[in-house]
Design a protein around this ligand. Structure first.
Ligand SMILES: [Fe+2]
Ligand SMILES: [Fe+2]
Length: 340
C-alpha cells in the first residue's frame, strides 16, 4: 500500500497530494475488505472506499489551490476510476479464484454454505457424517481462534474432512442408525480397507468439485498415519498369531498446518465424547488431554507447527465448545407416564 502510494507520487512528478490520496483510499479499502462476510459486501466496501477516495481527491486539489471547477472535474475522474476499480476487483477476484485455485476468505465463506453441491450431497447421502462434520467444525473453529490460526479455514476444512464417506456411508458408525453393521460380516482387514478408503475418496471428490488446495490437504491429512485402533484390536482378538500394528495405520501425510492438526484432534475428540455414556466436564477434560497426548506421542503432530502452549489452548477451547454436551437431559413427557 505504502509502496503503491510512493510509486504514484513518483509517476505524478513527485506529487505528494496524489501519494496521499492513494495511501488514504488504499488503507480504507484494505480495512473494509478485511471485515467482509459475504461477497456482496465487497460492493458496499468498494463504494465506501470510493467515497473516501473522492473526498481525498477533492481535498488534495484544494490543497494545491486548484479552482473549484477543476477540483470537481478531478473528483469526477476519481469517481469513474473508483467505479471501474470496483467492477474489475469483483470480476477479477472470481476469475483468479477459479484460474489459480485461490483460497480467499470469500471463497471459504461460500464453501461453508450448506447449499454448496458437495456439502449438500454429504447432508443427503451421509447425514450422520454431515452432523459429525458440523460439530468438528465448531470445535476446530474455536481452537483455531484460540491459537491465532485461520479459524475460517479450520471450520470449512472440518465440514469437508470426511466427505469421502459419501461413497460408502453405511460403513461408518455415525450413519448406521436403524440398520445392520456391514462390518459384522467382514474380517477386520477388509473393514480396514473400506474405512481407510474414505481419505483417498475425499481427496478425489474435493478435486473433482474444485475445492482449494488447503481444504484438499486437510482432507488428506486428517488421519495422518494414525492406527485404526478398533479394527486393529479386533484383528488381534480374532487372530491366533501376532498382528502387526503398522498394517492398521493410515498411509497418508501427517498434518502440515495448524488447521489440519486441529481438525485431526477435533475429529477424535468429537467422536470420543459422542461415545461417552454419562459425560461430565471433568471426564471430557481428561478425555481431551488423553487424546492430545496420545496423538503427540504417536508423532502425528510433529509437522503441525503447534507448540505445547498451543495444545493447552486447543484443549481449553475444545472444553468450552463442548459445554453444551453436558447438561440436564429431561425425559420427554409421555401420556400416562407420571413424571418424577
Ligand atoms: Fe475421517
Ligand atoms: Fe471425522
Amino acid at each position: 500500500m505504502v509502496l503503491e502510494a510512493i510509486n504514484l507520487g513518483l509517476i505524478t512528478n513527485l506529487s505528494l497530494e496524489y501519494a496521499l490520496v492513494a495511501l488514504i483510499s488504499g488503507l480504507c479499502a484494505a480495512y473494509l475488505v478485511s471485515h467482509l462476510i459475504e461477497r456482496s459486501e465487497l460492493l458496499s466496501a468498494g463504494a465506501i472506499a470510493s467515497g473516501f477516495c473522492l473526498v481525498a481527491v477533492f481535498a488534495a486539489e484544494m490543497l494545491r489551490e486548484a479552482p473549484v471547477l477543476e477540483a470537481l472535474e478531478f473528483t469526477l475522474w476519481g469517481a469513474g476510476a473508483g467505479f471501474l476499480g470496483l467492477i474489475l476487483s469483483v470480476a477479477l477476484l472470481e476469475v483468479f479464484e477459479v484460474i489459480f485455485n485461490l483460497t480467499t476468505p470469500l471463497r471459504l465463506l461460500e464453501l461453508g454454505n450448506p447449499a454448496q453441491p458437495l456439502l449438500r450431497r454429504l447432508m443427503q447421502e451421509a447425514p450422520g457424517t454431515y452432523n459429525h462434520s458440523i460439530m468438528v467444525g465448531n470445535l476446530a473453529e474455536a481452537a483455531a481462534e484460540a491459537v491465532g490460526a485461520d479459524s475460517l479455514l479450520a471450520r470449512v476444512g472440518a465440514y469437508y474432512h470426511d466427505v469421502g464417506k459419501i461413497n460408502r456411508p453405511e460403513y461408518f458408525v455415525e450413519n448406521q442408525l436403524h440398520m445392520h453393521n456391514p462390518h459384522d460380516r467382514l474380517n477386520p482387514n477388509l473393514s480396514k480397507l473400506a474405512i481407510m478408503a474414505h481419505v483417498g475418496d475425499g481427496v478425489e471428490l474435493a478435486q473433482r468439485y474444485g475445492l482449494p488446495r488447503p481444504v484438499v490437504d486437510i482432507i488428506k491429512q486428517h488421519h495422518g498415519t494414525s492406527v485404526l485402533s478398533y479394527f486393529y484390536y479386533k484383528a488381534k482378538h480374532n487372530s491366533v498369531g501376532d498382528v502387526n500394528e503398522e498394517t492398521y495405520r493410515y498411509e497418508e501425510d501427517k498434518p502440515t498446518s495448524r488447521e489440519a492438526a486441529i481438525i485431526m484432534l477435533a475429529d477424535s475428540v468429537e467422536a470420543a465424547v459422542k461415545a461417552m455414556q454419562h459425560p461430565t466436564m471433568k471426564k471430557i477434560q481428561m478425555l481431551i488431554r488423553d487424546i492430545i497426548r496420545q496423538k503427540m506421542e504417536d508423532g502425528q503432530l510433529d509437522r503441525s507447527q503447534l507448540t505445547f502452549g498451543d495444545l493447552g489452548k486447543v484443549a481449553d477451547a475444545f472444553l468450552v465448545a463442548l459445554r453444551g454436551v453436558v447438561g440436564h437431559r429431561i425425559e420427554y413427557p409421555v401420556e400416562g407416564k407420571v413424571m418424577a
